[in-house]
Every structure is written in structure tokens, then in C-alpha cells.
Design a protein around this ligand. Structure first.
Ligand code: G3P
Length: 224
């Protein structure tokens, strides 16, 4: 399973990239607003992210009709060759994705909450599908069960996207290392994680305790 970083924060991306940990970045309007992003700087900012990451960078459209989405997607895809256009799972989004497939523009279909949405997204030609986990948990549903169903359904078939590449599942809205571990066990292709979750994924109390003991014991060696 690959890791994408779910952020628009350049410092977080630089740090995670230096670990060799991330294969891409996902952004959305909320994440751009969170870093105080301005409309006039949006394209420039996405361009900076694209330079920092050797992999796909999702930039989301906020347009609502097929023609507007397609036009916006063309604009976003001109920012850099590694831009992937993020489009919400809705009828106009499916139609736009189908058009963009003909133009070779990769799409990450976002806000996916069901197996049927995922299959339609894949059928329309999306390069990535993003089922959300945490937001199901927010409404007292089991987000991991939903993700598992989507992964199983998509793996039953072959869904070629741009350049003949197979559709990939991005487990999104992940809030904890357990979400990430379960996504890996069920065979999600990619986990997109906020930086705090990525850091938590490295940590384990037994690693800390073991390291403490090694350092203490090494003092005995130095003193012997
Ligand atoms: O990639 C989607 C993600 O940003 C949504 O996460 O925590 O806002 O549900 P969250």
C-alpha cells in the first residue's frame, strides 16, 4: 500500500517527502482554507506541491456542472503533469470524468460512500476512487466496513483508466493508525493520511521503551 499525504501544507509535505514515505498528495478546499490559502494563489500553490512530490497531486474542482468541471479540470491539469483532478461523486462528475478520460486527464473521484458509487466512478473512467472512512464513523456507522466492501467490489473486476492504468482505491478520511492498518489488510491501494496520523504510524510505546533500555544498557558498556 502506498501513502499519500492529505494536506496542503508545504512544510508537512517537505518533511514527509524527506522520509521517503509518500507517493503523492491529496488536497481539498477545506485543507487549502486551513492553511489560509487565497484564491489568487491556488494554482501557484498546487504547482509548488507538484514540485515537492514525485507522484500524483490531487487538486479539487468546486464546479458543479459537467461542462464547468471539464473546463476547470483542463485548467488544473495544465498546472503540472502530475496533477490529478479531484471531482465529487455525482452525476455531473461522472459525465465530466467520462469526457476527461477521452482527453487523458486523470480523475480522483472523491466523497465516495458506497459500493455503487465506487463502481460507477470506476466505470466512468476515474483513475482513483476515494472512499471516506472517518466521516462514516462520525455518523455512528462503520467506515472500515464500508471501505472493505468498496475494495472487494472493485477488485472483482478490471477497470482501465487513462493510459490503460487500472483504477486504484485511495482510503481517505483516515483518522488513526488503526484505520491505516485495516486499510492495508483489506488491500486498499493507497492510504491518504493527515501528517499527524502519518507521524502516529511511526510510533509505538514498545519501540520507545526498548530504545530507552538500549541507551541505558549502553551506558554500562561505556563504563565497563
Ligand atoms: O481526503 C479526504 C479527507 O481530507 C477528508 O478527511 O477528516 O475531513 O473527513 P476528513
Amino acid at each position: 500500500m502506498k501513502f499519500f499525504l492529505d494536506t496542503a501544507d508545504l512544510d508537512e509535505i517537505k518533511e514527509a517527502a524527506s522520509w521517503g514515505a509518500i507517493s503523492g498528495v491529496t488536497t481539498n478546499p477545506s485543507l487549502y482554507a486551513k492553511i489560509g490559502g487565497k484564491l489568487s494563489n491556488f494554482e501557484e500553490h498546487i504547482g509548488k506541491i507538484c514540485e515537492l512530490v514525485d507522484g500524483p497531486v490531487s487538486a479539487e474542482t468546486i464546479k458543479m456542472t459537467k461542462d464547468e468541471i471539464v473546463e476547470d479540470a483542463r485548467r488544473l491539469s495544465r498546472i503540472a503533469p502530475n496533477v490529478v483532478v479531484k471531482i465529487p461523486t455525482m452525476v455531473e462528475g461522472l459525465a465530466a470524468t467520462h469526457q476527461l478520460l477521452q482527453e487523458g486527464i486523470p480523475v480522483n473521484m472523491t466523497l465516495c460512500f458506497s459500493v455503487t458509487q465506487a463502481i460507477l466512478a470506476a466505470r466512468s473512467g476515474a483513475r482513483y476512487i476515494s472512499p471516506f472512512v472517518g466521516r462514516f464513523d462520525d455518523i455512528s456507522e462503520n467506515g472500515l466496513n464500508q471501505l472493505e466492501d468498496v475494495v472487494a467490489a472493485i477488485q472483482n473486476y478490471s477497470f482501465p483508466s487513462v493510459n490503460g492504468e487500472e483504477v486504484e482505491i485511495i482510503a481517505a478520511s483516515l483518522r488513526s493508525p488503526n484505520h491505516v492498518a485495516q486499510a492495508a489488510l483489506m488491500g486498499a491501494d493507497i492510504a491518504t493520511v493527515p501528517f499527524n496520523v502519518l507521524k502516529q504510524c511511526v510510533q509505538h510505546p514498545l519501540t520507545d521503551r526498548g530504545l530507552e533500555r538500549f541507551l541505558e544498557d549502553w551506558k554500562k558498556v561505556e563504563q565497563a
